[in-house]
Design a protein around this ligand. Sequence first.
Ligand code: FAD
Length: 291
Amino acid sequence: MKPAPFEYHAPASTEAAVELLAELGDEAKVIAGGQSLMPMLALRLAVPEHLVDLRRVERLCGIESRVDSVWVGAGTTHTTVGRSAEINRAVPLLARATPLIGHAQIRNRGTLGGSVAHADAAAEYPAVALVLNAQLETLSPRGRRTLSASDFFTGMWSTELAADELLTGIVFPARRGRCGFAIEEFARRSGDFALAGAVVAVGLDADSHIDRCGIGLFGLGPTPIRSTDLEAELIGRNSAEVDLHEVGRAATEPLDAVPSDLHGTADYRKRVGAVMVARAWRRAVEEATND
Ligand code: FAD
């Protein structure tokens, strides 16, 4: 199938883009890399009358080191994120998540902001943003605002963004102290969305007690999920005494909205999820221990 006819707009600035969105209302849709939206247009799952293309908006692209963080423009492609020496150094989890997204062609066009705004519950970047406590910067005709990743994802493919609001950039805290990061996922074929995946960030004090941790799950509910109760229980424990299989079980047992479809039942996904958490936990703790 081909997309239904639409009018094409290519504003040169974020301000012009949000003005257009406000003017065109519900009939308009933003397009960035098109890697999620184009298939939806082709299948006529989305039928906007206007497409507002962000490709000409230079200010949406780039990677900027700040004092304790790294800012990444929403229009920065997955490939640029994955190849950035600064991201590899300061936000290694984001770099490690990148090769797991689709295929090289998709990563060449797809953008960080597109992935996070699309909010697919099985996508890697939203889970990474959640676990790293990323701050999401937006612009609308009402001005700028900054949202925590923990407040951003509201349901399957839905977020806090208003219809006339753009995601402009994401601020990721830079790694500090003794820490380790890992992402693990299971997909039936390389490049497919994961059936279940886990993201772990862990910090250790000088005696190897856990002083910070984040455990995130993707593909296991309507949004990326953070295991906040489990994280609180783990803080203060000696990392060598934590049973990784117990961490996997404890992260997945409370889940009550796991998808069940022809790719896998909810029970199967939960069991795979527990293994992904255990693997990610082991790798993150190993890295922090050797840091
Ligand atoms: P688009 O497709 O252009 O837009 C997606 C949505 O976000 C649209 O609703 C659009 O209006 C909105 N949007 C885009 N930018 C902004 C912005 N700045 N502000 C507000 N709204 C915005 N993704 C994964 O995470 N993991 C995978 O394993 C994976 N596998 C894939 C396999 C295939 C075969 C394909 C086709 C895609 C796959 N994807 C996967 C999706 C891919 O990562 C997309 O690039 C990404 O989800 C969307 O980024 P985009 O820039 O292409 O956004």
